[in-house]
Design a protein around this ligand. Sequence first.
Ligand code: HEC
Ligand code: HEC
Ligand code: HEC
Ligand code: HEC
Ligand code: HEC
Length: 179
Amino acid sequence: MMPLKTSVRATLGLAFLCLAFGVSLTGCKWQPGFGYNKGHSPEQPIPFDHKLHVSTNGIQCQYCHNQVERSKHSNVPALSTCMNCHMQVKTDSPHIQKLAEAYSKGESIPWVRVHMLPDHVTFNHSAHIRRGVNCQTCHGQVETMQKVYQNADLSMGWCINCHRQPENNAPLNCTTCHH
Ligand code: HEC
Ligand code: HEC
Ligand code: HEC
Ligand code: HEC
Ligand code: HEC
């Protein structure tokens, strides 16, 4: 087990106090507000339009995010996945020329992370996908987003609220999400 971050260790005691007094986890006012990045939508090196690719052109999420079922992490697609189409499609676009140039140099596109849980939190995509939780449940209607943004606040309360639904039978103990 990895040692807990000092700040986490220091606040764990408070967390238990909070629980002991029956305050809901979301209501714990001492909780610092990081991770709460709802709506976050950073600029990308190449503007990538999910609506155009998913809704207009019918490309499935997992055609591009192809690690999501197997791995702890989902992934942003490799350039070779883009070039399956963009060797031919829209080659007159300056954005596509930028893709092609990076591809021919063996470089990758430095996509900027949208979602970012703090280091002390463990999340596992494959466990959720295998249980049939949809991408949209957590990420919202990505197929309508011309520029992707963070849909949920990714707070501990958000995770716990779903885990504690009886039908989900999901683990609630602290070490599930904090190692
Ligand atoms: C044609 C390829 C492609 C398809 C299809 C696609 N995506 Fe993406 N997705 C990307 C790329 C490229 C990025 C990184 C650029 C960005 O964030 O806009 C990305 C970023 C994301 C992110 C943000 C990742 C982060 O940095 O936190 C989420 C969430 C996401 N996609 C979900 C989905 C979902 C859900 C679907 C299906 C409804 C989908 N994607 C379909 C290529 C794709
Ligand atoms: C399955 C085919 C397919 C894949 C894979 C694909 N695209 Fe596309 N992409 C398209 C189509 C179709 C269009 C719309 C072309 C048009 O407007 O005529 C498009 C349009 C675009 C545009 C807009 C170009 C412009 O200037 O109008 C960008 C940027 C783009 N794609 C980036 C990407 C990136 C980055 C990836 C890899 C993460 C990717 N695409 C993967 C089919 C694909
Ligand atoms: C139970 C909620 C949940 C579901 C379901 C879910 N995601 Fe995520 N996703 C997250 C969280 C939380 C993060 C941030 C993880 C981190 O920062 O470590 C994330 C991050 C991502 C990222 C950024 C790369 C990464 O792994 O950190 C992509 C891409 C992504 N998700 C795509 C998808 C796709 C595609 C689906 C559906 C096949 C999906 N997600 C289903 C919660 C979810
Ligand atoms: C929409 C409902 C939902 C949300 C939101 C959700 N989870 Fe889960 N989670 C589940 C379910 C259902 C399981 C049980 C999966 C299984 O059968 O192992 C689970 C299991 C897990 C597991 C155990 C995985 C394993 O390997 O057994 C971890 C870790 C986890 N979730 C972390 C998180 C974190 C962290 C968040 C918030 C960032 C989160 N979850 C948000 C539904 C959810
Ligand atoms: C289902 C996943 C999940 C479970 C179970 C969980 N947490 Fe968390 N926890 C998170 C997430 C996500 C964050 C980061 C977002 C935030 O601060 O709300 C977090 C943040 C925290 C923080 C703030 C850390 C800091 O540096 O400020 C503390 C303290 C904490 N959790 C304690 C606990 C305790 C104690 C338990 C057991 C009663 C627990 N957690 C159970 C997901 C979880």
